[in-house]
Write a protein of this length. Structure first.
Ligand code: DGL
Length: 261
């Protein structure tokens, strides 16, 4: 195998604080079926979204080191919080391509409609400087809604318990008699409860996430660097800093993620 082929056939690393980034992985295997992926869920240290930025940064560096020893050719930060708090430092430190995510406020702002854009994300994402810059450009009709604890429902496999419904009702009720053009799922855990969130709004309200755009960006970056694998069989390896029970949950949620559209 020559050096270029070797570089193209290396796996892509992807990580999140837990199972949320599996929603990105589900999209990635659809768009890039010839690639090998190593997904790392940092469940042992979740959640990221309510931790101080410097803690999240350290955790993100630790995870990337774990992926690099497995010879990855690129890393996708399948986590809005870790992107907001660590992507800049990670890119300064490592030379491999690092693809991040941000709440899809730009596409939501560009949609037709005068209604509100509700951005649901972690406290960490919404209080970051990166989000402040995004909001300054595209936040005219936007309301940012921090959702501490919402990811815990998703991690627990909850898709609609009374407690989860109460959480969402309390969060969303101030906006239910307003016109809402779009709800931005600004945390990769939330696509798993997309239909539940959508059920609070009329059908005309669009529910948007950044997953497809992130994977398109990954494809573009790999193509630019001559790193796309055009002929591989495609594979997925799931890894976690959590326990063996977590690994079973991840397997189930990856299957669920492949069905989310
Ligand atoms: N899934 C992560 C995100 O996109 C964060 C969840 C958390 O760890 O708080 O922000």
């Amino acid at each position: 195998m020559n050096r270029e082929t070797e570089a193209r056939t290396r796996p892509i690393g992807m990580f999140d604080s837990g199972v949320g980034g599996l929603s990105v992985l589900g999209e990635a295997v659809r768009q890039l079926p010839h690639e090998d992926f190593i997904y790392y869920g940092d469940n042992g240290h979740a959640p990221y979204g309510t931790k101080p930025p410097e803690t999240v940064r350290k955790l993100a560096f630790d995870v990337i080191e774990r992926l690099l020893v497995q010879n990855v050719k690129a890393v996708v930060i399948a986590c809005n919080t870790a992107t907001a708090e660590a992507a800049k430092e990670l890119r300064e430190h490592y030379s491999i391509p690092i693809i991040g995510m941000e709440p899809a406020l730009k596409p939501a702002a560009e949609m037709e409609g005068d209604g509100l854009r509700l951005v649901l994300a972690t406290p960490g994402t919404l209080s970051s400087e990166k989000y402040a810059r995004l909001y300054a450009r595209f936040g005219q009709n936007a309301v940012s809604l921090p959702c501490p604890g919402l990811m815990d429902f998703v991690e627990a496999g909850d898709r609609g318990s009374p407690a989860l419904r109460d959480y969402l009702k309390c969060l969303l009720s101030p906006y239910l008699d307003r016109q809402v053009t779009a709800v931005v799922l600004g945390c990769t855990h939330y696509p798993f409860i997309r239909s539940l969130i959508a059920s609070y709004f009329p059908l005309s309200t669009r529910i948007v996430d950044g997953n497809a755009g992130t994977v398109r960006q990954l494809g573009r970056v790999l193509a630019q660097r001559g790193l796309l694998n055009p002929t591989g069989e495609g594979s997925v390896a799931l890894q976690t800093s959590g326990d063996s029970h977590t690994l079973n949950l991840m397997r189930r949620m990856f299957e669920e993620a492949k069905a989310i559209r």
